[in-house]
Design a protein. Structure first.
Length: 222
């Protein structure tokens, strides 16, 4: 597909996601935390669209880099209420597309499957860690002044594993390879997420996953 068309589709997808999230938030009076995680997962899953639609790495980089700027404006001005926390110490919405751009730069031209798989722990693990940790987190621990829960970390581990393994299988990896790679990613992502504060997990977890994928790239032969 022509990269210009792919860029337009990418923007349409993200803005449609934001529109649906904001509509649901207002009609159902849901907390922003819920709709923010909905946007987080939906945008993360666009890694599959990026891998399928773009022809060049330069075209693929345009949407995430554009949203680094747009999300920063939203962080400052509250443009996209459905994904903002209101916490001015948390730049997670800016870090996430920046991390995605980094994965594109690393893997788009060599192994697009790794580009997608490396984003899944952040996409699924982080979202469910926040939801389950806040709702059912009873066993608390503190890291660098930030509160975590064993329940949230367990959710991070489980959903990072499921997201990475299922993505690997969907992209053609052999089942044993998908499980080994997914397990390594899940452990790395959970440890890094536990040590990250102020939204930096959106940057550091994909970075850790990129390092694991680079070390184990022999498992991702499609």
């Amino acid at each position: 597909m022509n990269d210009a068309i792919a860029v337009l589709i990418s923007f349409a997808y993200v803005f449609a996601t934001l529109g649906v999230a904001e509509l649901v938030r207002r009609l159902a009076r849901l907390p922003t935390e819920f709709t923010r995680k909905f946007v987080h997962v939906a945008v993360g899953m666009w890694a599959f669209g990026t891998a399928a639609l773009f022809s060049t790495v330069w075209g693929a980089l345009i949407p995430p880099l554009a949203f680094v700027g747009l999300n920063y404006l939203s962080y400052r001005r509250g443009l996209f209420a459905a994904m903002e926390t209101g916490d001015k110490t948390n730049l997670g919405t800016v870090y996430f597309p920046l991390a995605f751009a980094g994965l594109i730069a690393l893997f788009f031209e060599t192994n697009r499957a790794l580009m997608v798989i490396a984003l899944m722990p952040m996409t699924w693990g982080d979202a469910f860690a926040a939801i389950i940790g806040k709702r059912w987190g009873r066993h608390q621990y503190a890291v660098l002044g930030a509160q975590r829960s064993l329940e949230g970390s367990a959710a991070m581990l489980l959903f990072s594993l499921l997201g990475a393994v299922l993505a690997g299988l969907a992209l053609g990896l052999a089942a044993p390879n998908a499980v080994v790679l997914g397990s390594a990613l899940a452990v790395a992502a959970t440890l890094v997420e536990a040590l990250s504060v102020r939204g930096l997990d959106n940057l550091f977890v994909p970075a850790a996953c990129a390092a694991v994928c680079s070390a184990l790239q022999g498992l991702a032969v499609v």
